[in-house]
Design a protein around this ligand. Structure first.
Ligand code: GUN
Ligand code: ZN
Length: 443
């Protein structure tokens, strides 16, 4: 076939549908009768109108998605694997909620078969929700984290993940010796960082300042800085109660961010979840050091943590994406997270264009992966979702004939997991909605 230009000679697959693809916060490609051509190696070869490409590709493998959208897969910049079983357990603010629900659930991950069961559920749920890359907290357990990486590897999922580190202020069953914690983290990073040409990457994951000694944070900073390409993933300034406790535990630090900065944990691949209660000096340091933020609005609603300072973060030029923060966030769907990002701001209107950008290309950019992920451009990896907005009754049946803004608005304000028809990572299906399930109303 003339269109077959993959390196190994395998025929590409052509996906036909309505392509909507972010170029930046404001600019989109909208191709109603579009074609996404994916090489047998899972790379995007070309995107365009089917009428322009059909002569070249019509004898290849065609997947006609019908009247559905083809869009880049969504990127969840902050989520907890062990907490998928704890979604919806409400009734407290951060520190009480951790004690009551989260620490007991995480302690159960010392049981490897339990850990494997939950990890399988977790990665299946990510795929079902259209999430093609997640930045994941595991638990303190090395074996459970290793198993989670293996499960993601086998399922074809993409993740940036790490073993949690904690050496104080937690139940005894979750406390580690700091040297062991670092050694185990290093072993996991050596084994998994870069797996399958970067499909799995490692993030060193001290939980937050409250559960870390100064020694753990400093040694983690040294280890992270000597591990090129790895990430540093932690929580920062989520609740005022937390910020106050951090100030009393680290009296020589100017601010919560400064605790991490003094330990060498603030840099180009640091991902700070929440980052609500920040002063201008924090924002200046963040900008100078190129760290990025995971804004988790659903979680901030759920735990009543506060409001992400969106305008100040943008004015300071600090990069950010969106995170579900399951289980403090009560949903995995980034559609819902986009809606909450809009709703939680009392004064600021965030456009659906910007919101979908934040959940895709903006996340890839923040994670320094924009050259490979986040949009449907030739040369990128074929991480994409097929979306049917009309699976939600409230959505007009002719929505695909509307303007780009209306389509994106329907996804943001009506969207949830039920709109996802299928999810592909590197051109490989990791989720396909079945008609039987649809008919039975089970998603
Ligand atoms: N801060 C420290 N641990 C956690 C956690 O598990 N969830 C949230 N939302 N915040 C945290
Ligand atoms: Zn979190």
């Amino acid at each position: 076939m003339s269109g077959s230009s993959t390196k190994n000679g395998g025929a590409p697959t052509v996906y036909l549908g309505h392509i909507v693809d972010p170029m930046d916060e404001d600019t989109y490609r909208d191709i109603p009768e579009g074609a996404l051509v994916v090489s047998s190696e899972g790379q995007i070869e070309v995107v365009g109108k089917w009428s322009d490409l059909s002569a070249q590709y019509s004898s290849g493998k065609l997947v006609d998605c019908g009247r559905k959208l083809i869009m880049p897969g969504m990127i969840d910049m902050h989520i907890h694997l062990p907490q998928v079983s704890q979604i919806g357990k409400s009734g407290d603010t951060l520190l009480g909620w951790l004690e009551k629900y989260i620490f007991p659930a995480e302690a159960r991950f010392s049981d490897l078969s339990h850990a494997e069961k939950i990890a399988t559920w977790f990665f299946d749920e990510l795929a079902r929700n259209g999430t093609t890359l997640a930045v994941v907290f595991s638990t303190i357990h090395k074996e459970a984290t290793d198993a989670a990486f293996s499960i993601a590897a086998d399922k074809g999922m993409r993740a940036i993940m790490g073993k949690v580190m904690m050496d104080r202020n937690a139940p005894a069953s979750l406390l580690e010796n700091s040297k062991n914690s670092l050694a185990e983290s290093e072993q996991l990073a050596n084994k998994w960082h870069g797996f399958d040409n970067g499909r799995l990457l490692y993030a060193f994951t001290p939980r937050f300042a409250i559960t870390s000694t100064d020694e753990l944070l400093h040694d983690c900073g040294k280890l992270w800085q000597s591990s090129p390409g790895t990430y540093l993933h932690t929580h920062l300034s989520e609740s005022l109660e937390e910020v106050k406790k951090v100030a009393s535990l680290f009296p020589s630090s100017r601010s919560y961010l400064d605790v991490y900065d003094q330990s060498g944990l603030v840099g180009a691949r640091s991902v700070f979840a929440h980052s609500i209660h920040l002063d201008d000096q924090d924002l200046r340091v963040m900008h100078q050091k190129h760290c990025v933020l995971a804004h988790c609005p659903s979680s901030n609603f759920f735990l009543k943590s506060g409001i992400f300072p969106l305008d100040r973060v943008k004015a300071a030029g600090v990069e950010f994406g969106l995170g579900s923060d399951v289980a403090a966030g009560p949903q995995m769907s980034l559609f819902g997270v986009m809606k909450d990002a809009n709703f939680i701001q009392p004064q600021i209107w965030i456009s659906p264009r910007e919101l979908f950008y934040r959940a895709t290309r903006g996340g890839a950019k923040a994670l320094k992966l924009e050259d490979r992920l986040g949009s449907l451009e030739a040369g990128k990896e074929a991480d994409f979702i097929v979306v049917d907005p009309t699976l939600k009754n409230a959505c007009p049946m002719d929505i695909l004939e509307h303007e780009t803004d209306d389509i994106l608005s329907a996804l943001v304000f009506l969207g949830d997991d039920r709109m996802i028809d299928s999810t592909y990572i590197r051109g490989r299906p990791v989720f396909k909605r079945t008609r039987e399930k649809e008919a039975a109303g089970i998603s």
